[in-house]
Design a protein. Structure first.
Ligand SMILES: Nc1ncnc2c1ncn2[C@@H]1O[C@H](COP(=O)(O)OP(=O)(O)OP(=O)(O)O)[C@@H](O)[C@H]1O
Ligand SMILES: Nc1ncnc2c1ncn2[C@@H]1O[C@H](COP(=O)(O)OP(=O)(O)OP(=O)(O)O)[C@@H](O)[C@H]1O
Ligand SMILES: [Mg+2]
Ligand SMILES: [Mg+2]
Lengths: 500, 288, 314, 314
């Protein structure tokens, strides 16, 4: 179906792909894996005509092609769901679905709005989404927006569909219905290239897997003939060992105690306690209100009610600045738009939360700044080419570490981590888990929001489950199972049935 | 009922019994961003107060289309008479015609209108002023001397007419070695003059299209320590004082205050039913 | 939640309209003459020129752009058209050439911005200077008059159609056409898309560069149309015509609720915005506010209006 | 990679400088007098006012903002200071009050933008109108002169210090201080951060609103300083002073390579940008280019410069 040979690509002198091979057969689901920055997205962008390759050949159905625009690739039957969401929030859902290939009356350019809306309802209905096609896309949750993107790719009758981390923002239920659709299309002969950092997905969905490391082709395997460990080994080039490292922390006195927190239209009646050295996780479906709770605790969003006690004293946190001064750190869920100044260097990003430590009377001490940077890079194992490397040129995992580094500098007493491993490869994930453990061992109270249930179960001492803005369960370690958490996350009552 | 503007004014002709104090006169002035017109306007306002007439002033901000709108607004207000100080003679014609068809008499001030009927035109002649300035400058710097000309806002009528008059005489009696615009603006007058002095250190005189630029040029010249004659235009307070102090060598007085006063006088006379001259010249005066 | 969002955006859409009504009420209270049919026609005629430009500016701003050169475009096209007419070229032909010139000047802007990747603000700041300069060179700084008495040309600025001034009719027709384009055609949809997220639009196969060039051309065309009306009304073309028109047009667009960051807005709002500015100009004259204060009042009203209708830029 | 990026951005940083040199070479070829010491001093003195404003504008643009009201701020502070001086208030005291007024007018802009969440373009468009109107109201449309002969005041615009015009000295000192602030202080870093990513800055505990209010105040202060120099040079305050200064200042900033979207740029570039504009103004006069053509040339040079130094806005 597709045959890519000897593909190379550099960005301003930096070789990102080195003689990579990739073959896709008709009707297969082919996984593409590799660490952050291995070159997966770049390879796919070359295939779909967004980037031009420096060398190598691309054949589609035996014919050599040179796409220069996504339109051409689409005409050749290749559709792409990009890693970044490409939804236009102010256009309607139907407009988004048909963007760039609107249905018109003849060639007049006059839209057949009704017809497109009808089709939208039908296409999304098939994916289990019941929505009003004329609503603005911004009214959808991120997960549902992702489904619109998927529908967009599915609806062009493509023969090849490339999915670059389509599930990073989806709930388990949404993932299930996506997989069902993929398998159905597979039966009709559609081929898929599937990029994900989630091992479980790869093994349950895909037929074959190609692995990249540092822009190089490492190998290709049949899923049925390989193992979890082998793939990790190929990806990171070494044994990784246990996925969730050990933690020996002592859970101490109550650090944070909140009662009846409320924010209009977002959440209500949020009460919990968090102790020193404890890792408390908040699980729930996309849009359950977890991020809102975190941001309200951090003073970024206004609370409409409830009390917060920090170290036993009642406090009012109305700006992030105040939270920071109290020793609270917040690693945001969206590192690019909320965590980093992407044009800043790594060093400058680390400094952003630490001006107090690196300056005197408003003057920045270059030495202290560099020392802070060195300490953090060493402590977190951030792989940079130097303090001046722009944050945007780091791989996702390293970007995430930089965001964490920002907050370690203030020696936080409470660290809120919102989806700390979203879009991060297995190797970096493990490193982040180790950092979390180390912090907890030092007595830092950790509040970790996560949508990945294995991670919640592997890391948390206790889990709060949220559903539509309310806490539906507070489970200790021994009661955590995926099924129980999902049960409460989807709104199941307190009297949960024991694991089916 | 769809009436055209201007056809709605029949009712207004019935108010002939007004005492002179009750007249409302509209005054569309080209700009109040310029001391000359500010002074002209003040002359008009003082005279109106003295005669007991109400003067409604609208400022076109040197924008011909805003002036057209302003005049339409005055017609809507059903003023008894409109005095217009046109931004541009051609462009104002249509507005004058609208006023005519609304039976509102029009008096033009300082600049004429190229169309429509006006009761009277009160002005002093910019072109003649430019000539006067050239003659005066020649008398100071001598025949054939090198001089510079600081031009007003490109495209404005004052810049055009004053420049025309000046160049008509200067073509024969002077050597205009540099011509640059300083946009009627004092600070540009300063910097443009500085630049001209760099390029033409030997000039003997400068004619500026208004006093603002002349005073700016004066600062540049004084800072350079050179002895160069400067003649301005408008006789603003600052300029007259500079002439008295012996810094400025002359300015052409158009007596804006008097233009304003005479315009209102003519307006009231005409409203009282008296005859007014179709053209009332306000003489120019060289202040030196 | 759902309902909430819609209500809120509805309110935001209606805010400019409420503002307009409020201003009208205040002015009428101070001078009832404001509401006379003849004055309303008068206001509409005055509004028409700014409205036409502001309609085009809406397209440009929706793509996330801005055009500071539009006043200069108006001056240059007006001068060239008048020049052709004065030199005896068939008026209709001259006017068509004028419209074409406007579109070309706009396309130049669009080209520099799209292909040259220059920020719209600075690109059109530069072309503003250039177009103004060319106008002065072409006219030699003098107004051009003696435009003949072509009926079509005279009607354009001064005529009436069924009792309505022709410029107002022109404005209404243009509004209808542009409203339709923005709302019902792929082009309109793509204008929103490019302004909403250029990257995403390109990935959807939209030729963003082409859309940009088109919107600036459209604005240039509308500026040329406005210049014809203005030239007809004034019976001459002024070299200094259109100064600051760009700012009035931008103000109208923003007052109407269109976001300067692109992707969000509507042309109905722009019409209302233009009406607010026009009513204000007319009303302040009618009430007899001293001219120095008019600027203060105008600025304050604009500020107040956007503050009330404030949009979270984040 | 690293090296490459730096090289590239180095080239981008150097581009404006090369442009400046090129323009100087051309002008000198046409009129060698350009390079005389007296003319260079002359150019620097003329540049100083725009440069001061452009320095402040750099801070504003780095935060992702813009300020159209700066020319009006200059006019209003100049008029009020001159008014105080003319009425016999101690000149030094009057000047200090003038500087304070500038900062306050700037702070008002900052406040509207930060707290009112109004787009900077439209907020400062409104305050521009208001400040201009207030200037006219205050001055009654007339220049204010008779400012006494305070030596300090006279020196400010007309004096020399070691043979260098005082305005140039003021510009150099301001440049040094502002360069230092931007480069070495937490405030400078925060300015870049807010422009680079406002969300991330706030979430890092930076008070973005306060930074914004500060940068607009700083610009207001610098505009007031420029107004003092201008008033001193002209020995009077003009109600129309500073018209279009905002555009020259923005052009200087952009020519210097600072991005209008914020977060990226440097003040050295702004100085070079201001010099380009100043040299152009002076040079075109020196060469004797007819005034109508000057605009065309100026616009074309600006366009060319940004095209060569074009930045991918995406
Ligand atoms: N437009 C670009 N300009 C410069 N460098 C780029 C560009 N796009 C990608 N890169 C670099 O190329 C390398 C590969 O990036 P790519 O996005 O393909 O990685 P990936 O395997 O998709 O990683 P992830 O799992 O984080 O999505 C990275 O080092 C990245 O920084
Ligand atoms: N900026 C916003 N405007 C409107 N609604 C919002 C906004 N941000 C969040 N919401 C809504 O608030 C609710 C809670 O969202 P929140 O982001 O806190 O959920 P979450 O559980 O953290 O999910 P996620 O995994 O997506 O972060 C959702 O209904 C979401 O759609
Ligand atoms: Mg990727
Ligand atoms: Mg979240």
């Amino acid at each position: 179906m597709i045959n890519m040979t000897d593909i190379s690509k550099s960005f301003s002198g930096n070789k990102v792909l080195k003689n990579v091979h990739f073959t896709l057969e008709k009707g297969e689901i082919h996984a593409l894996m590799g660490e952050n920055g291995a070159g997966k997205s770049t390879l796919m962008k070359i295939m779909s005509g967004i980037y031009t390759r420096d060398s190598g050949t691309v054949e589609v159905k035996g014919e050599q092609v040179n796409f220069t625009s996504p339109k051409q690739a689409e005409e050749a039957g290749i559709a792409v769901i990009h890693q970044e969401l490409n939804i236009l929030p102010h256009l309607s859902i139907a407009d988004n679905l048909f963007l760039g290939r609107e249905e018109t009356i003849g060639r007049t350019g006059i839209l057949k709005t009704k017809q497109m809306e009808k089709k939208t309802r039908q296409i999304l209905g098939d994916l289990g989404l019941d929505i009003n096609p004329s609503d603005p896309a911004s009214t959808l949750s991120v997960g549902k927006q992702q489904i619109v993107e998927i529908a967009k790719a599915l609806s062009v009758d493509a023969e090849v569909i490339i999915m670059d981390e389509p599930t990073a923002a989806l709930t388990d239920r949404e993932i299930d219905s996506l997989f069902k659709t993929i398998r159905e299309l597979q039966k009709r002969g559609v081929s898929f290239i599937y990029i994900s950092h989630r091992m479980e997905e790869i093994f349950s969905l895909c037929d074959r897997i190609t692995i990249l490391r540092d822009g190089e082709f490492v190998g290709e395997r049949k899923i049925s003939e390989t193992s979890f460990d082998e793939i990790v080994q190929m990806m990171v080039g070494r044994e990784l060992g246990e996925r969730f490292p050990e933690r020996n922390s002592e859970i101490g006195e109550v650090k944070l105690s909140v009662k009846g927190l409320k924010r209009k239209d977002c959440f209500e009646d949020i009460s919990f306690e968090l102790r020193r050295g404890e890792v408390l996780s908040i699980a729930g479906l996309m849009g359950a209100g977890r991020t809102e709770v975190a941001q309200s605790l951090f003073g970024y969003k206004k609370l409409d009610g409830g009390t917060i006690e920090f170290d036993g004293k009642q406090v009012k946190i109305d700006t992030p600045r105040k939270a920071k001064e109290m020793g609270i750190g917040y690693v945001t869920e969206d590192r690019k738009s909320e965590g980093l100044v992407v044009d800043f260097s790594v060093e400058e990003n680390v400094s952003m939360t630490n001006f107090a430590a690196i300056s005197k009377n408003g003057l920045i001490s270059k030495d202290k700044e560099r020392k802070l940077y060195d300490t953090m890079v060493k402590r977190l194992g951030i792989r940079t080419s130097g303090p001046d490397q722009a944050a945007k040129s780091l791989s996702g995992g390293n970007q995430q570490k930089v965001v964490i580094a920002k907050w370690l500098g203030i020696e936080p007493k409470l660290l809120i981590l919102d989806e700390p491993t979203r879009g991060v490869d297995v190797g970096a994930k493990k490193e982040i888990y180790s950092i979390i453990n180390e912090l907890a061992e030092r007595g830092v109270a950790i509040l970790m929001i996560s949508s990945e249930l294995p991670e919640v179960i592997g890391m948390a001492d206790r889990v709060l489950v949220m559903h539509e803005g309310k806490i539906t369960a507070d489970l200790p370690k021994q009661e955590m199972t995926q099924e129980r958490i999902m049960h409460f996350a989807t709104g199941g009552g307190k009297l949960a049935v024991e694991d089916q | 009922s769809m009436e055209a503007p201007g056809s709605s004014s029949e009712e207004e002709s019935g108010d002939g019994g007004e005492a002179s104090g009750d007249y409302t006169i509209g005054f569309s002035v080209s700009t109040l961003n310029n001391p000359f017109f500010v002074t002209l306007n003040e002359g008009a306002e003082e005279k109106a107060a003295e005669l007991g007439a109400t003067l409604t002033v609208v400022d076109a901000q040197d924008n011909a289309s805003k002036q057209a709108s302003d005049i339409e607004d005055l017609i809507q207000q059903e003023v008894d008479l409109i005095m217009i100080n046109p931004v541009d003679s051609e462009a104002v014609a249509a507005a004058v015609e609208s006023a005519n068809s609304a039976n509102i008499p029009v008096i033009t001030v300082d600049r004429s209108a190229a169309g429509g009927e006006v009761v009277s035109h009160i002005a002093s002649d910019n072109t003649a002023g430019g000539e006067m300035a050239a003659e005066h400058l020649t008398s100071i710097v001598g025949e054939g001397a090198a001089v510079a000309e600081l031009e007003g806002v490109p495209g404005s009528s004052a810049a055009r007419e004053r420049g025309e008059g000046f160049n008509k005489i200067a073509a024969e009696s002077l050597d205009v070695v540099a011509k640059q615009t300083a946009n009627f603006n004092r600070s540009e007058g300063l910097s443009v003059m500085e630049n001209i002095l760099q390029a033409n250190p030997d000039i003997k005189g400068v004619f500026a299209h208004n006093d603002e630029m002349a005073l700016g040029a004066l600062e540049a010249i004084e800072a350079s320590g050179k002895d160069i004659a400067v003649v301005g235009f408008d006789a603003t307070d600052d300029a007259v004082k500079a002439v008295e102090d012996g810094r400025l060598d002359g300015t052409i007085a158009q007596k804006p205050e008097m233009i304003g006063e005479m315009a209102v006088e003519a307006a009231v006379q005409s409203l009282e039913g008296e005859e007014v001259e179709a053209s009332i010249p306000v003489e120019l005066e060289l202040i030196k | 939640m759902q309902l909430k969002t819609n209500n809120q955006s509805m309110l935001q859409k209606i805010a400019p309209f409420i503002g307009l009504i409020l201003i009208i009420v205040i002015i009428t209270a101070l001078n009832p003459g404001f509401l006379s049919v003849s004055n309303l026609m008068n206001v509409l005629r005055q509004v028409s020129i700014n409205a036409l430009i502001a309609f085009g500016m809406t397209f440009v701003i929706l793509t996330g752009g801005i055009d500071l050169s539009v006043g200069a475009t108006l001056a240059l096209t007006g001068a060239v058209t008048a020049g052709m007419m004065a030199s005896g070229i068939d008026p209709i032909f001259a006017m068509l050439l004028g419209l074409l010139l406007g579109a070309v000047l706009g396309a130049i802007n669009g080209f520099i911005i799209a292909k040259g990747k220059v920020a719209p603000f600075i690109a059109t700041l530069a072309t503003m200077t250039i177009y103004r300069g060319l106008t002065l060179v072409y006219t030699d700084g003098r107004p051009i008059s003696g435009l003949g008495d072509s009926l079509t040309f005279q009607m354009l600025g001064k005529g009436y159609f069924l009792g309505i001034p022709v410029p107002v009719v022109t404005m209404i027709i243009s509004f209808g056409v542009l409203y339709f384009i923005l709302k019902k055609t792929t082009f309109g949809r793509r204008v929103y898309a490019v302004g909403g997220n250029e990257e995403a639009s390109i990935l959807s196969g939209i030729n963003a560069d082409r859309i940009k060039i088109y919107v600036y051309s459209l604005l240039g065309l509308l500026a040329a149309l406005a210049s014809l009306i203005l030239t007809s009304r004034l019976n001459s073309a002024q070299p200094t015509a259109g100064e600051m028109f760009e700012l009035d047009a931008i103000a109208a667009v923003v007052l109407g609720g269109t976001s300067l960051t692109g992707g969000r807005g509507w042309i109905v709002g722009t019409l209302i915005g233009a009406l607010i500015i026009g009513v204000l100009n007319n009303g302040l004259n009618l009430i007899g506010v001293p001219s120095f204060f008019q600027q203060v009042v105008k600025g304050a009203v604009i500020l107040l209006a956007v503050l009330l209708d404030r949009k979270k830029t984040a």
